[in-house]
Design a protein around this ligand. Structure first.
Ligand code: ADP
Ligand code: 5GP
Length: 216
């Protein structure tokens, strides 16, 4: 029999967040975590080098490609994908431990990884973040100031392609005003996200205007 003291009342909710680069996902996640300190965050593994200010074990686990390949071989990732020429993966053990504790857990991953998580964990809640417009996306990519012009151009082109995947997600949020986007995310994490459902005509129209029409 399960121990009635330590067994969680319900398993945690897995929340998958994706966005094109520059939409403000990192900023949004930081604000969301400040507003909801109990929300868990999955620290991904990546083969990309750390950016200035990033801390190993906090922002990512920065690993050599050989180690990453070994982890793939041992089935250690719930999902993994290549993005901008680097590999990224979500630790299966980290996710399981959080959900077993009854903790809601946020995965900040790309749309390819989100597809894999939806297939492996159908109970997950998936959210796509859009910028208010394509012009604002470009402005934010430049404003971040951490990437070279060549990288910005590549990310912008990729971001426009990525945005076409919004309709695969359960919910879609436009990150215009940060506080409103954080409130929307908190509602979704709490299971009250109907307003931002990709089945809601109003949300669909807004997302279509920015990210393009969903496939017929
Ligand atoms: P991502 O993680 O999606 O690539 P960032 O969080 O790094 O994006 O944000 C890109 C830039 O846009 C940053 O300079 C950030 O300060 C800015 N930004 C993010 N969200 C907003 C917002 N709601 N309004 C205005 N600027 C924003
Ligand atoms: P960045 O290198 O700018 O932090 O992230 C680049 C992209 O990789 C973003 O779209 C981010 O969501 C994605 N990403 C980060 N971690 C993971 C992960 O564990 N799996 C997948 N599939 N994508 C990830």
């Amino acid at each position: 029999m399960a121990n009635p003291v330590t067994a969680p009342a319900r398993p945690g909710r897995l929340v998958v967040l994706s966005a094109p680069s520059g939409a403000g996902k990192t900023t949004l996640v930081k604000a969301l975590r400040a507003a909801d300190p109990l929300l868990g965050f999955s620290v991904s593994y990546t083969t990309r080098p750390a950016r200035p200010g990033e801390v190993d074990g906090r922002d990512y686990f920065f690993v050599e490609p050989g180690l990453f390949t070994g982890m793939v071989g041992h089935g250690e990732f719930l999902e993994h994908a290549e993005v901008f020429g680097h590999r990224y993966g979500t630790s299966r053990a980290q996710v399981q431990a959080a959900l077993d504790r009854g903790q809601n857990l946020l995965l900040e991953i790309d749309w390819q990884g989100a597809q894999q998580v939806r297939a492996n964990a159908p109970d997950c809640v998936s959210v796509f973040i859009l910028p208010p417009s394509r012009a604002e996306l470009e402005r934010r990519l430049r404003g971040r100031g951490t990437d070279s012009e060549a990288v910005i151009q590549r990310r912008l082109g990729q971001a426009l392609d990525d945005m076409a995947h919004w309709s695969e997600f359960d919910h879609v949020i436009v990150n215009d005003r940060l506080d409103e986007a954080v409130s929307a995310l908190r509602e979704i994490v709490a299971g009250r996200g109907e307003r931002w459902s990709t089945r809601n005509p109003e949300a669909r129209d807004q997302a279509t205007a920015i990210g393009g029409a969903p496939p017929a």
